[in-house]
Every structure is written in structure tokens, then in C-alpha cells.
Design a protein around this ligand. Sequence first.
Ligand code: ADP
Ligand code: TRP
Length: 324
Amino acid sequence: MKKRVLSGIQPSGKLHLGNYLGAIKQHLAAQALPDWDRYYFIASYHALTTSPEREVLRELSLEVARSYLALGLDPEKSVLFLQNDVPEVTELAWVLTCLAPMGLLQRATSYKDKIARGLAPNHGLFAYPVLQAADILVYDSHVVPVGSDQKQHLEICRDLATKFNQTYGETLVVPEAQIKEEVAVVPGIDGQKMSKSYKNTIDLFASKKQLKKQVMAIVTDTKTLEEPKDPDTCNVVTLYKLFATAEETAEMEAAYRAGNYGYGHAKLALLEKLNHALEPHREKYQYYLKHEDEVIDILRRGGKTARAKATEVMARVRDRVGLV
Ligand code: ADP
Ligand code: TRP
């Protein structure tokens, strides 16, 4: 059996630098694996847990698809699809739900975090990890590259696959999480974790003008141009480091310590790096923005491939469970 790498992302906001460095970059690195099947999907059912507006869900699903394509997802090498093109996933989620101990889900920190942030506690939010497990298990996925915040969800998935196999006999592939521990949390323009919920993002496909506005809004202290500054506590330096070479970073740090180097200078240096890194992807993004039919066509083709695999796995599951 060909091995399969799978990952998903929720269409719950415009993609930002934190999403790219913390997750998407690792997802797409799997394209270099020869002889593997690569599945990437847009977790539209998951987004329903928090995003009930029709137009928003529709637009963000397409936005995530065109962003992945612009960032280098090659539809000839990888299967890109919408979660909702494979309804079998919700069927497997139900079977797994009936095996999932309440205690296991009650311990899920993402649910508790979301409630603490003020989201209404609907059942979808609570069952979120079960649907995520189904996403992975319904395609016999072997490896799942994710950001470190998804560790617990992957553990729950492995627990549910193991429980299924113990209950009904070897049926499901127990997947491995692939987590790059060294990837740091990317700070937002206010210094907290970059997140759409904190409205502190630097967006991947903002216009040049918007990008400049976001970079210029990075929070610093109020030291004057002449005063020496501390590079170790500055958000601009932290972000610059993610794109600059070691020498360039050392140069900026030295300029901070010497004084006569303002935060405005550092922000412009960061902006130049970001423009340089994003430029090759912007053109592709614009292309897919103008060719929505092509994006939808790629998603539909991907959905067909993914659904064929899911149908095969579900037939096995139904048989094992006794669903005649
Ligand atoms: P947001 O926090 O903006 O709602 P999501 O939770 O939808 O973003 O993030 C999708 C993935 O992007 C996460 O699984 C996580 O791995 C990664 N990610 C998000 N924000 C950051 C960040 N600031 N630093 C590193 N990785 C991040
Ligand atoms: N929960 C993931 C996130 O917020 C998205 C996701 C849903 C996912 N289903 C998945 C990731 C299956 C990997 C595999 O980032």
C-alpha cells in the first residue's frame, strides 16, 4: 500500500505569517516525499463550529485553496480538496463518536480554550477532535504534519483508532503526527501570539499597501531615534529573524545597541524582507483570484480522488461494525 501524508486547515480566516511558518510550510514540505500520496484538505465542516455565515465560509474556503496553490501546492502532485466533498467523513465520525469516552473529550484543551475565549459551547466544538480523527482515519493516513498546537488532537485520533482496532479487529491505520518542535510561535504585531482572533496578524496576501500598514503598526516601546535599544525584546527583530540571514540579524542587533537607528528603519528592513519572500507567490495568488472556476475545478477533482479512497475505507468499517 502506498503511504499517505495528510493535513488540513480550517477556512476560518485569511492566512497569516503564523499559519505559514507554523503549519503550511511543513504541510507543503511533504510534496518532496517521492512515492507518497499527499492529501490536503480544507476543513469546512470544522469551520462550521465557529463560522455560521454562508458567504464567509464559502469565500474563506476558496481563499485557503488559492493561498495553498499560490504558496506552491502542485495539484498534479497533491490532492487538494474540500472536506465537504467527502461526506463519508461524517459517517466515520459518528462511528468513532460512539467509541469516544466523554472523559477523553472533556480533557481536550482546544475546547476549553475556545469556551474561555467566549465562543458558544455548541456540540460541534466539543466533538471537533472526533471529526478530526475521522478526517485522518478515513483515508488510511500514515503521517500527519501539523503545528504543535495540534498534538493533543493527534493523540486523540490515535487513541480512537487503537480503540476501534481493539474492539472490531485490525481495520484502521494508526497514524503518526509529524510535529516540528523547533518552530517557534510567531508573534503578532502586538507581541501576543499571531492569531486572527487577536486581530494582530500580518497577512500573507495583503496588498503591498496593507502589508506596509500592518508592519508599521508593530508595537514597540517609545525610545527615540538616538537612544540605544534592546533587540532581544523587540517584536520587529523577532519577526525579522524569521526571514533574515544570521549576518543580517547580527547587523540589525548591533544597530539597535549602538543607537541612532529607529524602529522605523527596522520596520522598513522587515517590510523589504517580507515583500521579497512573498513576491513570487503574489502573482500566482492574483491568477487564482481571477480564475475561481479553475480553483473549484481543482477542488472537485481532488474531492473525487479523496472520496474514492474514503468509500473503500468506509466499506471496511461498515463491515467490521456490523452495519449491513
Ligand atoms: P489562528 O490562531 O489565527 O486562529 P489557526 O488556529 O486557524 O490560526 O491556525 C492554523 C494552524 O496555523 C495551527 O494549527 C497552527 O499550527 C498554526 N499557527 C497559527 N498561528 C500561529 C503562530 N502565531 N505561530 C505559529 N504557528 C501558528
Ligand atoms: N484542527 C486543525 C487546525 O485547526 C485543522 C484540521 C482539521 C486538521 N482536521 C485535520 C489538521 C486533520 C490535520 C489533520 O489547524
